[in-house]
Design a protein around this ligand. Sequence first.
Ligand code: ATP
Ligand code: MG
Length: 145
Amino acid sequence: MQRTLVLLKPDTVQRSLIGTLVSRFEQKGLKIAGLKMMNMTPALCDEHYSHMTSKPFYPAILSFMTCGPIVAIAIEGHDAVSVVRKMCGLTAESEWVSGTIRGDYARSIDNNLIHSSDSEETAKVEVARFFQDNELFTYTRSLNS
Ligand code: ATP
Ligand code: MG
């Protein structure tokens, strides 16, 4: 069982798509282990996108990610990192496919609705970055723990 981090970016909140996107993961059978609305501070954004801070488009990422509240979600399930990443869709607009979250709802690479961890190692670091231990929940479901 793996945990992965999803961030619903400010455009998801602004477009009232929180429930729609959370439903996708619930309908897939993935388990919500933690969920909270929060503001992404500039310092947190620098840390989270540390692999991007030298890119020319980083100021746009920083401005976007701090323009309004986000929703952080810890998602649990078999092979959750890869499954969630595939459900979100690829980065480049030209690669967006219908049936993925970005393919169905995103408007541009700058307003791409959702972040998901890109590897098992990253997921561990990212879940810990956004959630304290006491904000993560373990519970049983009758048909699928
Ligand atoms: P995220 O980490 O936000 O989930 P991702 O993993 O699909 O997205 P990354 O390579 O981690 O893509 O890039 C982080 C963010 O940087 C992307 O969400 C996108 O907004 C922006 N970005 C990435 N590549 C480009 C690019 N070539 N031009 C403009 N913006 C880009
Ligand atoms: Mg990424």
